[in-house]
Design a protein around this ligand. Structure first.
Ligand SMILES: Nc1ncnc2c1ncn2[C@@H]1O[C@H](COP(=O)(O)OP(=O)(O)OP(=O)(O)O)[C@@H](O)[C@H]1O
Length: 259
């Protein structure tokens, strides 16, 4: 069977209000799928539903989430999700424990999730820091001593410490400046190609999503309005909303082109 994370017919609601409706998505290992759409279109809720991390009062009301064909329960389900799914969020400052050394935050995952002893976990945390291009000397630093880009690298290293097969990224570069953004995208791309990690990449920024994804899903008001290969969607958008998104990217690049 294909190693895949699938969402079918997923709907999410807050009381009577439907937030996300009838979502179908499949992500295979080594593949990157981008989910794009304006703020409030329901992108984050899909990731939260997959991770069983929906906020209080918000529930999955229909549909299934499966991993290699096995249904994951909408609530709880830590065991079934295991450490196969990792999550990287927009703000690395809040994702990390401010009081703990960054290296220890990674080592802790190696110990508790993978079951390594203290010494091995520490060494492997150093290896993971190196993998995301953070110097070993930073192991003992606290999050506030690092730049935003370095913190996001630490967040990614910590997610990788659990050896996930699929990494769900919610606006992972939005809080970063453009150069650092490019570095983080390159790192994610490297994980996909060398480690075969499947990436579900959510952003309101079509240009960013298109850079890392081979397939795109466009969302509006909680529904998927368009999907296809990145090339298809960029060159032959079918939905008026997708064309609007594309126009805004083109408009942004016009001053540069004229300069
Ligand atoms: N805790 C909550 N309770 C009820 N509704 C919520 C809650 N959190 C978010 N929503 C609503 O769910 C909808 C989808 O939000 P979601 O965060 O998934 O959008 P998004 O596309 O990820 O946007 P953004 O890019 O701003 O994060 C929004 O209309 C939002 O108001």
């Amino acid at each position: 069977m294909t190693n895949a994370l699938s969402v079918s017919g997923l709907s999410v609601a807050a009381g009577p209000r439907i937030i996300v409706e009838d979502i179908d998505l499949t992500l295979e290992r080594g593949q990157a799928v981008g989910v794009v759409g304006e703020s409030g279109s329901g992108k984050s809720m899909i990731l939260k539903a997959i991770m069983a991390l929906l906020p209080a009062g918000v529930k999955a009301t229909a549909g299934q989430i499966t991993l290699d064909g096995k249904v994951l329960p909408h609530n709880g389900g830590r065991k079934e999700r295991g450490h196969r799914l990792g999550l990287v969020l927009q703000d690395p400052a809040t994702a990390l424990d401010p009081l703990m050394r960054v290296g220890d935050q990674i080592a802790e995952v190696r110990r508790h999730v993978i079951g390594r002893d203290r010494v091995t976990a520490r060494q492997e945390a150093l290896d993971l820091l190196e993998r995301v291009q953070i110097q070993a000397g930073r192991y003992r630093h606290h999050p506030h001593e690092l730049s935003g880009g370095q913190r996001q690298r630490v967040v990614i290293a910590r997610a990788l410490a659990a050896e996930p097969e699929f990494l769900l990224c919610d606006e992972p570069t939005t809080a970063l400046d453009v150069t650092v953004q490019a570095e983080i995208l390159a790192l994610l791309e490297d994980l996909r190609t060398t480690r075969h990690v499947g990436l579900l990449f959510v952003s309101h920024d079509l240009a960013v999503v298109a850079r890392v994804s081979s397939r795109l899903v466009v969302m509006r008001h909680g529904r998927i309005v368009e999907r296809g290969t990145t090339e298809q969607v960029l060159t032959h958008p079918e939905h008026a909303y997708t064309r609007e998104l594309l126009d805004s990217v083109v408009e942004l690049s016009v001053p540069e082109a004229r300069a």
